[in-house]
Structure formats: structure tokens, C-alpha cells
Design a protein around this ligand. Structure first.
Ligand SMILES: Nc1ncnc2c1ncn2[C@@H]1O[C@H](COP(=O)(O)OP(=O)(O)O)[C@@H](O)[C@H]1O
Ligand SMILES: [Mg+2]
Length: 435
């Protein structure tokens, strides 16, 4: 690798000094990946950190990526071993190379995959993707560089959940790659600056990957055209390429045709599980438990998975508040509330971010709701909510309301210096000014 490494090879990364870096393995849009050895266990791992010069707020992004990928557990998805809270560094299962690198090797040697190998790889990708979709996760950036394989081609693992999201939650304001993206994703990026896709967009991308490994070329790229983006948006693949033969069973050809339907509304396949069923109807249609499903309008009780996920979102929101990213915090907390409409901490956290954005009335409504949902026995949490509501009321000029809240808070938590300070500031000045 010609470029200087962001970390020096052989050094100990201070992830408790447990890993020795061996070499730089790859770079993507915002990550740098090293091969490392985990001391004691003497096994290879991959460590992904942010590229030099990438804004620090991307740490949240990397942590989110780790969290999301960490929720998945499947032989065809790269495992997350660890996450460094401070830097967002991800410790991942190590895999020999990317499919992109393998394709380059083959091209140099003027070779292509054997059809049987290609079909195996497609199938394994589909299995990994089906697991992600079952859990409600949209990958968003499937392409050869984000699919890892072992030297013997036995292991095939989807990686890089950098622009992944849980279907139904906020869209991601980070760009994926345009060589394999579905037209609607490219359009949303162009028009709204968000990378937005659904399960069928992942299937479209997988269609491109499948085509590339089976036929040795991109289905839409033609020489003389300007950019991959315009190929995908405006040109069709050549149907005669998609021929079945002795070695490529008709059901795979049919599958790839269905995957590559450009118009989202015309796609018959809506999730990887369904696509997998097309090529092996004998497998059971196990739809699993989603990480999130938006609760219907009448449902106010959340499943365990939703509660769990809402708690994770709430803690992300809490950290974002801590960093002063109030808008993002509000978004996360809102997502948490969609999953678990009875989460008092999510109301409390969202109230705080709204209050800091100056949206005091909405903030107070959130604090009201948080208090309503927090049991009387939880004195400290109630005191904190009351303190924040008092603060918002003070900002609105409602000194009487603020003082009343703060007095209640003090009864619940005598030791909190912030409460004592606010009591002095609000109640004393309110009394002395005769209001
Ligand atoms: N777990 C891993 N094992 C081995 N190599 C990896 C691993 N993860 C990533 N890489 C290499 O690093 C490259 C960039 O990693 P990626 O996660 O895709 O970063 P980015 O999010 O910046 O695109 C990959 O294309 C691959 O070559
Ligand atoms: Mg990548």
C-alpha cells in the first residue's frame, strides 16, 4: 500500500492494548481497515477506524454502524467482536479479501469465476441479506468491495453497514457507492441528499453484483457513457447476456432478471427472503423477529426486541445531546418512541434536545409525558425530569411554574447542586421581584 498508514504498523492500538496491527487492509469512503492480531487469542481480526481528516462527528456514524452490524448474527455477515466507545473503532471478524479484489485478480489473469462458484457466492450473499432483512435492516450499499470472501471461496460475508438503517427509521445522510445503487437511491441522493432505499433496493444492488460475478461485466456500464450513475438511471442491461445454460440454471437467470428491475413499483421481489425462496423453494420461509417494526397506530405495547432497540436509540440520543447535536438527538429519540411509545427516558431525552433547540412548549409536553410514565418510586429520575422542565419553564418566563417544579425536584433529590442553583436563581429572584 503506497499511502502512509494512519496508525503505525506493529503498534498497539489502545483498545486495552489487546491488538497488534499487522497491515493496512483497505480504505473506503470514510473508513480505514487494518489487519491485526488479537493478543492471547492469537487470531486475526480487522480493525476499522475513521480515515484521517474525516470529521469527528462520524464517530457516531461508526458507532451506529457497529451497533447495527452487531445486532446481526449470521455465517454470511461479518461478525462484530468489539467497539471502542471513545473512538468508534470497530473490531471485526477478519476475512481474507473483498469480492472486488478477487474480481480484479481474475481480470488480471483473464479469468472469470466458474459458474458454480459464482452461484454459490450469490446464494450466500442472499442468505446473509435475508437475515438482515428479516431483522428489519436495509444494508444500503451492497457492492463487491463490501462483500468479503475467504481465499478458498467457502466463506462469503456481507460487510460495511456504514449506510445501513433499520427500515422505517430516518434516512441516512451519507453517500453510498453509485456503481451498484438502485435508481431510486441515486435519485433520493440527488434530490434530497439522503441515501434512501428499501429491501428491494438492496436486491437491485445484489442483482448487479450477481450479474458481475456471473458474466464478468457490469450490467449497465457501456463504454463511452459518462458515469455509472447515469448508466443505472437511464440504460438497460442487454437481455441476451442473461442466458441460461447447462451451468446456469434457469431459476437463477429468472432471479437476476427480477432483481434488476429498475422501476421500484414494478419489482415483484420485496425482500431477500422472498428472493431466496425463488431459487430454493424447499427452504422454510422463516421470517424471524424484526429488530423493529413500526407499531401500528393502535398498538401501544412494544415487543422485547423493540424495547431493546428503543433503549439503544435513546442512549444514542442521550450521547448526541451530550455532544450538543440536539437535532440528531431529537431524531433518534423520536425513532425510539416510535418503537416503544412508553419509554419515559426517550421522552425525557427528546424534551432535553427540544428545549436546547429553543422549542420550549414541545419540550415541556415531552417532560410532562416522561413524568407521567416514570413511577413515583423513581425519585432521582423524576427529579431530573422536573429540573429540566423547570429550566424550560424558566426560559419561557413562567417563573411560578418553574419554581414549583424545582421545589418538587428538591424534595426528591436534596443533593443535586444544579437543583439548588436553579432554586436560588428562579425562586429567589421570582419572590424578590414580587412576581
Ligand atoms: N472484516 C474485514 N476483513 C478484512 N478486510 C476488510 C474487512 N472489512 C473491510 N475490509 C477491507 O477494507 C475495505 C474498506 O472497508 P469498508 O468497511 O468497506 O470501509 P468503508 O465504510 O469506508 O467503505 C474493504 O473493501 C475491504 O477490502
Ligand atoms: Mg465500503
Amino acid at each position: 500500500m503506497a499511502e502512509a498508514a494512519e496508525l503505525s504498523i506493529g503498534s498497539s492500538l489502545d483498545l486495552h492494548r489487546r491488538y497488534t496491527l499487522v497491515e493496512l487492509r483497505g480504505r473506503g469512503n470514510y473508513g480505514v481497515v487494518y489487519k491485526a492480531v488479537q493478543k492471547g487469542l492469537e487470531r486475526n481480526v480487522a480493525i476499522k477506524i475513521l480515515r484521517k481528516g474525516v470529521a469527528g462527528d462520524k464517530i457516531q456514524h461508526l458507532k451506529r454502524e457497529g451497533w447495527l452490524q452487531g445486532q446481526l448474527s449470521h455465517p454470511n455477515i461479518v461478525d462484530v467482536h468489539d467497539l471502542d466507545e471513545e473512538t468508534g473503532a470497530l473490531v471485526l471478524e477478519y476475512v481474507d479479501m473483498s469480492l472486488h479484489e478477487k474480481l480484479q485478480q481474475l481480470e488480471l489473469a483473464k479469468k472469470t469465476f466458474e459458474p458454480a462458484q459464482a452461484l454459490q457466492i450469490i446464494r450466500k450473499c442472499l442468505e446473509g441479506l435475508a437475515h438482515a432483512h428479516d431483522k428489519g435492516v436495509v444494508h444500503g450499499d451492497l457492492k463487491p468491495a463490501n462483500i468479503l470472501i475467504s481465499n478458498n471461496l467457502e466463506e462469503v460475508k456481507i460487510s460495511d453497514f456504514g449506510v445501513a438503517r433499520i427500515f422505517g427509521t430516518a434516512e441516512v445522510a451519507a453517500e453510498g457507492s453509485d456503481t451498484c445503487a438502485a435508481p431510486e437511491v441515486l435519485r433520493s441522493w440527488k434530490e434530497r441528499g439522503v441515501w434512501s432505499g428499501d429491501y428491494s433496493s438492496d436486491l437491485f444492488s445484489l442483482g448487479i453484483v450477481a450479474y458481475v460475478i456471473l458474466y464478468g461485466k457490469h450490467p449497465f456500464l457501456r463504454s463511452g457513457m459518462v458515469s455509472p450513475r447515469s448508466f443505472i438511471m437511464h440504460h438497460d442491461y442487454l437481455p441476451d447476456e442473461l442466458a441460461a445454460g447447462e451451468e446456469i440454471p434457469a431459476r437463477y437467470v429468472k432471479l437476476i432478471r427480477e432483481l434488476l428491475v429498475k422501476e421500484r413499483s414494478q419489482r415483484q421481489l420485496t425482500s431477500a427472503r422472498q428472493a431466496l425462496y425463488e431459487i430454493s423453494p424447499e427452504t422454510e420461509l422463516d421470517l424471524g423477529v424484526k429488530l423493529s417494526t413500526s407499531p401500528g397506530p393502535s398498538s401501544s405495547t412494544a415487543s422485547q426486541a423493540q424495547i431493546f432497540q428503543a433503549a439503544e436509540l435513546q442512549s444514542m440520543a442521550f450521547e448526541l445531546n451530550d455532544e450538543g447535536s440536539y437535532f440528531e438527538a431529537e431524531e433518534r429519540a423520536t425513532e425510539a418512541l416510535k418503537l416503544d411509545p412508553r419509554s419515559a427516558p426517550a421522552y425525557h431525552t427528546r424534551g432535553f434536545s427540544r428545549s436546547r433547540q429553543g422549542r420550549l412548549k414541545e419540550a415541556i409536553l415531552d417532560f410532562d409525558k416522561a413524568l407521567e410514565l416514570t413511577p413515583a418510586s423513581a425519585a432521582r429520575p423524576r427529579a431530573k425530569i422536573l429540573y429540566n422542565r423547570a429550566f424550560a419553564k424558566m426560559k419561557m418566563g413562567d417563573y411560578a411554574g418553574s419554581c414549583s417544579d424545582i421545589k418538587q425536584a428538591q424534595k426528591l433529590d436534596l443533593d443535586d447542586p444544579k437543583i439548588a442553583w436553579l432554586l436560588k436563581t428562579v425562586c429567589n429572584s421570582h419572590q424578590s421581584s414580587g412576581l
